[in-house]
Design a protein around this ligand. Sequence first.
Ligand code: 4AD
Length: 457
Amino acid sequence: MKHTDIAKVLGDQALLGQEVTVCGWVRTARDSAAVAFLEVTDGTSFSRLQVVVDKNKLALDPECGKCGASVCAKGVVVKAFKGEGAELNATEVTLLGKCPSDYPIQKKRTTLDFLRGIPHLRLRTNTFAAVFRVRSVAAQAVHRYFHERGYYYIHTPLITASDCEGAGEMFRVTTQPWNAKYESEEAYFADDFFGKKAGLSVSGQLEGEVAATALGRIYTFGPSFRAENSNTTKHLAEFWHIEPEIAFAELPDVLEVAEEMVKYLIRAVLTECPAEIDFFDKFVQKGLRDKLTHVAESDFAVLTYTDAVAILEKADREFKFPVGWGCDLQTEHERYLTEEVMKKPVFVINYPKEIKSFYMKQNADGKTVAAADLLVPGIGEIIGGSEREADPEKLLAAMQARKMDLSAYEQYLSLRTFGTVPHGGFGLGFDRFVMYVTGMENIRDVVLFPRTVNNIM
Ligand code: 4AD
C-alpha cells in the first residue's frame, strides 16, 4: 500500500497543501454532528496525526472511531487548526481492521507489569514503541561503529559442542528424548543428531578469536543463551551480545575500544532519538538526558579489583553478600561502586584468576588475570572482557587446573601454537545497554518476547 509516514506528514513543510495517504491505528476519536476527529499513529513517531472528517461530505464508518481500529486515510495536509503542526482534511477514510472495546491497550490499565502479559500488543504504547525505536537506532550504530573502524562482522555458530566456556550454563540441543536403553550419557549423546552433546552457545568469543587471529579485528552481534536460574531484572535466557575481538591488543587497548564504543552508541541515540530521550527523561528516569550527555563526554573510571574490594570493605553499608578478596562481586557491590563511589561508569580490572574464565591472560602476580568488567549506574555489569592468554603453556595449565576436556579445545589451543599473538575483546549485553540508555528498569521491557526462567510467551 503506498502511503506516507505520519512522522513525515507532521515534519515536512513541503507536504502542506499536498494530497497524501496515511495508514495507522486510531488512538482516540472525537465526534460532533458535523465533524469527526481521529487521532492516528503509525509507529513512526510519538506524534499523532489528526484526521479531520467533514461528515457532510464523507460518510464515516463508525468502526473507524474506535480506539485501536486500523484505518487508511487520504486527504490534503493543512496547517493544524490549533498549534504548530499539520492535520489531514480527509477525502476518504477506509476501515482496515475493526477493534472491539475489549482492546487491552486502554489508557487506564497500562502498567508495565500488565503490559508484560500482552507482549504482542504492548509495542502500540508510547513507551514500548520508543524503546524499540531506540533499540533499532542503537543496533544500527553498533554496525556503523565497527564498520567505520575496519572490523569485520562475523557470524559465529549458535549451536556448539564446547560446553565449558565458563560463562554460564548451556541449554541442550537435542532431537531425541532420554531413553533408558542407553547405558551411559556418552552412548546417549553418540546417538543424537550431532553424535555428541551439543548446546546453544553462551558466547561467540572462542570462534571470534579464530576469526580475529586471521582477520585482525572482528565483531559478532547476535543472540547468546544462558540457562542460569537467575530470575532478576537484568538476566535473560536469550540475550543479544556484541563481542569484538582484536588481534595485537592488550588490556588497555580493550578498555579503550569498550569506552569509545559505549560513548559512540550513546551519542548516536542522543542524536537520532531526541524525542524518545525526552520522553524517557520525563516519564521513566528523571535526568536521563543529562546523565547520558555527561557519560558521553567524560572519562570512565578504572579500578583494580583489589582496590574495589578495599573500598567495599570500608563501606558504611551492610551488604547482603559478604565482601573479601577472592569473592565474586554481586550486583549490590557493583552498583555501590559505580553509583555511590565513582558516580559514573567504572571498569573493574585484574580479578582473581579463580573467579574468572580459563582463557584470560594471567598477570605476573600469579594471582590475578587481565579481566575487565564495565559497571554502570542503575544496572551494574554491562560489559565483561579481557586480554586472552596467548601463551600456549599457561593456557593449557589453566585448562588442566579446571579439569576441562582438552579434546574439545584442540583447535582453540592450536591458535596459540601457530603464530600466537596478544589479543583481547569483550562482550556487551545489548539488552542491558538498551536499559541503560532508556532508563527502563527491567530487562523484560526492552525485549520483544523476553525468555526468562518459567517464561516463554
Ligand atoms: O561477562 P560475560 O559472561 O562475558 C562473556 O560472555 C565473554 N565471552 C565476552 C567476551 O569477552 N567476548 O557476558 C558479557 C555481557 C555481560 O556483561 C552482560 O552485559 C551480558 O553479556 N549478559 C547478559 N545479558 C542478559 N542476560 C544474561 N543472562 C546475560 N549474561 C551476560
